[in-house]
Design a protein around this ligand. Structure first.
Ligand code: 5GP
Length: 216
């Protein structure tokens, strides 16, 4: 997918005032603006589901990258289930949940996955769809893809709801992107800050107050 196909919410005018939507009272001080209201997220998820199904040729193993990807994964799978491809066929889905941690040291960069090599061997010959919440530098996804390729899947496609416009990007772009966002820390719709804000529906920019309140 090239950048003309995703929604750019990187400019100042894309931020909504907190007064215009309902924010849980326990987070009123902790976010500075609403970047993507929940309803817009849901409408975009429906379109991404349609694009994915149109291009799907057979069964998909849909892999949820935990924890941040779970809300997008749940809504996307729900939408995909209701759609048919260009031959009028629904797409058989199986679901996989992977917790991914990236690590860095002087010599190597890489990822550890919560599923075993034995479980990954099940990916052999399958069409994988990786569902991620956000691509920031792209480092985690590049390393994850490298690791998954070693298990010989038939194909691997990636969808990320968000991609951050940042000079730190390694240039990686997923196959299906929802929105490009500014280089700010966002929370909500399952994206967290130290495990907080997963219970916020809109995607919001965290405030200085919020960063302090939930610092560890
Ligand atoms: P990358 O390897 O692309 O730099 O980082 C990807 C991971 O960093 C994401 O899966 C997510 O966990 C975390 N991340 C990056 N930017 C944000 C952000 O703005 N908000 C939240 N909640 N997590 C982020």
């Amino acid at each position: 997918m090239d950048s003309s196909q995703w929604i750019d919410v990187t400019t100042e005018k894309n931020h909504y005032s907190l007064d215009h939507f309902v924010i849980p009272t326990h987070y009123e001080q902790d976010v500075s603006s609403i970047l993507i209201p929940h309803g817009v997220i849901m409408d975009r998820v429906n379109k991404l589901a349609r694009l994915i199904v149109e291009e799907a040729t057979g069964p998909l193993v849909v892999c949820c990258i935990l924890k941040g990807g779970h809300q997008y994964f749940a809504d996307l799978v729900n939408a995909v289930k209701k759609l048919t491809n260009k031959d009028g066929k629904t797409i058989p889905l199986s679901l996989e949940f992977i917790r991914v941690k990236s690590y860095k040291n002087d010599k190597s960069e890489g990822v550890t996955m919560s599923i075993t090599d034995e479980e990954c061997n099940e990916f052999k010959g399958k069409n994988l769809l990786i569902v991620e919440d956000i691509i920031d530098t792209g480092a985690t996804m590049v390393q994850l893809l490298k690791k998954l390729e070693t298990f010989s899947p038939k194909s691997v496609k990636v969808t990320s709801l968000l991609i951050k416009k940042t000079p730190k990007s390694n240039g990686y772009i997923p196959d299906y992107v929802g929105f490009s966002i500014p280089d700010e820390f966002v929370v909500g719709y399952a994206l967290d800050y130290n495990e907080y804000f997963r219970d916020l529906d809109h995607i919001c920019v965290i405030s200085e107050h919020g960063k302090k309140a939930y610092a560890v």
